[in-house]
Design a protein around this ligand. Structure first.
Ligand code: TLP
Length: 340
């Protein structure tokens, strides 16, 4: 099988497994795991934030951010197609008790005027707007890398209203590599940020939530409340350190492979590339096949390819570390020779 479902399927590298085996560990709930402490310090430095916290997943990192920034009954502003709204099981309402006020972005870009209009004024009828969430790269828009200059405009509006900004940067490393910008070029326009170690960077488990020191101390308590206080977790942190030090620059290969895949699939008369392929995600519009995407991905399995449905007429293919150029070329060949 050529598995293009997600970059989450990457398995830990040999050097990750060795580092995990040898990791120095302690009880992290006591703050005594040296490997996790090293990971959190390095991540905070790379992201230009005062402090960082290792969390079990991107979802947990985003949810802890919302819980820490907001109170029940608050309103948070975010793109209607953001991961937090679309793919986190309604957790912001289930856990933080906040109300989402969604904006329709244009291909992942939130219009500053729409953001400005969505912020509540001081009125006894209204909920308080207590958080603005951004996403970069933007998953459902097709891995779109949003430039720091656009984030700056949104951050300026948020700052004018004294509203914090949380960035779901599950794939922020991809945005940084694609645009040739340092991570801090993006994170300077955020109050807090969540980045995933377990996507393109290949770690088996884990994300980082980073922000001001007092925020991270409160977030640590929320993590504990959610059962996310782990003990000798340096075993996982060791892989996270390799992810941050050895796996970032090579994301460029995944991006190249995605472009090759998109160009190849575009040669099929019934398939249309539906995104700009900035990073490692290719969206294919299958409307001309007359099939529903769920049927289409079942058919793809017959030729040994896994992908995910992204809407009734859209299918997502994601490139990653476990698929080299040869596999990408095989995938193209298999799709092109297939009669839908
Ligand atoms: N996204 C997964 C699925 O949940 C859709 C994927 O395969 O792309 N933020 C963004 C932008 C994400 O894409 C994801 C994972 C998360 C957060 C959540 O990360 P995890 O899976 O670690 O909870």
């Amino acid at each position: 099988m050529i598995d293009l479902r997600s970059d989450t399927i990457t398995r830990p590298t040999k050097s990750m497994r060795e580092a995990m085996y040898l990791a120095e560990v302690g009880d992290d709930v006591y703050g005594e795991d040296p490997t996790i402490n090293e990971l959190e310090n390095l991540a905070a430095e790379m992201l230009g934030k005062e402090a960082a916290l290792f969390v079990t997943s991107g979802t947990q990192g985003n949810q802890i951010a919302v819980l820490t920034h907001c109170r029940q009954g608050d309103e948070i502003i975010l793109d209607e197609d953001s991961h937090i709204v679309f793919y986190e099981g309604g957790a912001i309402s289930a856990f933080a008790g906040v109300q989402p006020r969604t904006i329709k972005s244009e291909g992942g870009f939130i219009d500053p005027q729409k953001l400005q209009n969505a912020i509540r004024t001081d009125d006894i009828h209204f909920p308080d707007t207590s958080l603005i969430c951004l996403e970069n790269t933007h998953n459902r828009a097709g891995g779109v890398a949003i430039p720091p200059s656009h984030m700056e405009k949104l951050y300026q509006i948020a700052s004018d209203h004294k509203i914090p900004v949380h960035l779901d940067g599950a794939r922020l490393f991809n945005a940084a590599i694609a645009l040739g910008e340092p991570l801090t070029a993006f994170t300077q326009y955020t109050t807090t940020v969540q980045v995933c170690l377990s996507k393109g960077l290949g770690a088996p488990v884990g994300s980082i939530l980073a922000g001001p020191r007092d925020f991270i101390e409160k977030a640590r308590k929320w993590r504990k409340r959610l059962g996310g206080g782990l003990r000798q977790v340096g075993i996982l942190g060791a892989a996270g350190l390799i992810a941050l030090t050895e796996m970032v620059d090579r994301l460029a290969e995944d991006h190249e492979n995605a472009k090759v895949l998109a160009q190849g699939l575009a040669n099929h008369p019934l398939l249309t590339v539906a995104n700009s392929v900035d990073t490692n995600i290719v969206l294919i519009d299958i409307q001309k096949t007359g099939m529903h995407s769920s049927h289409f991905i079942e058919k793809l399995k017959d030729v040994g390819i896994l992908a995910v449905a992204f809407g009734p007429e859209t299918v997502r293919f994601t490139t990653h570390y476990d698929l080299n150029r040869e596999k990408i070329e095989q995938a193209i060949e298999r799709v092109l020779s297939f009669e839908f």
